[in-house]
Design a binder for this molecule. Sequence first.
Ligand SMILES: Nc1ncnc2c1ncn2[C@@H]1O[C@H](COP(=O)(O)OP(=O)(O)OP(=O)(O)O)[C@@H](O)[C@H]1O
Ligand SMILES: O=C(O)c1ccc[n+]([C@@H]2O[C@H](COP(=O)([O-])O)[C@@H](O)[C@H]2O)c1
Length: 224
Amino acid sequence: MRLGVMGGTFDPIHHGHLVAASEVQSRFGLDEVVFVPTGQPWQKADEGVSPAEHRYLMTVIATASNPRFTVSRVDIDRHGPTYTIDTLRDLHSERPSDELLFITGADALAEILSWKDADRLFDLAHFVGVTRPGHLLTDKGLPEDRVTLMEVPAMAISSTDCRARVEAGHPVWYLVPDGVVQYISKYGLYAMPPEQVPTPAPPSAEAAVEAAGLLPQKETSASH
Ligand SMILES: Nc1ncnc2c1ncn2[C@@H]1O[C@H](COP(=O)(O)OP(=O)(O)OP(=O)(O)O)[C@@H](O)[C@H]1O
Ligand SMILES: O=C(O)c1ccc[n+]([C@@H]2O[C@H](COP(=O)([O-])O)[C@@H](O)[C@H]2O)c1
């Protein structure tokens, strides 16, 4: 199986993430794209990040209707800072015969040499860097045969902007999936500092999807 891996903090997940994953899935004929919310994103430690369970459940809700999209807890269930080298090793242990393609936006790809064990990352996965408005897409300094650059429809959306909009009382409809808008409102995310956001005993992923009225659609040639 060819497995796409879409890592992100997803605070919140938005349509830029979903379009990037969908485009790479289609172009590379991926059997599945697994979304992997970070546990503790060490490069965002100073910014304050929402509790992992909320980010995980928003990711489940956002991906539920696509039969090729799944969500993994490997990063949020591992203690300590999240490193992609561990993500890829864990996924490889779970699915040793799968070929892994790690999907990154242009901004993340530009930083990749600062990631832990950067030189070994390329042994574990092929990297697909996708265009993102406001960022230069380049593979300078990266191993040519392990990186592919790809243009995707421009979605000028960031989680930072979504959080700022909610805090200011502006809408995020159509920037994030409808179920995510409702989830943000239900739990009061981004209306208060992340450390004050209660982490409720989370419903299971299945219960969250059911509550949001989202069930996976049957795949047809016209869908996804
Ligand atoms: N609009 C977008 N278009 C293409 N790729 C994107 C877009 N937004 C995010 N990505 C990519 O998705 C991955 C996860 O991103 P992340 O969860 O940090 O979202 P973000 O919008 O960059 O968040 P923040 O604004 O909080 O930094 C990264 O590889 C990032 O480059
Ligand atoms: O491995 C690292 O050192 C590393 C440093 C920064 C980011 N990453 C990964 O890059 C992906 C996007 O991260 P972020 O912080 O932009 O949401 C996510 O899967 C992170 O775990 C990984």
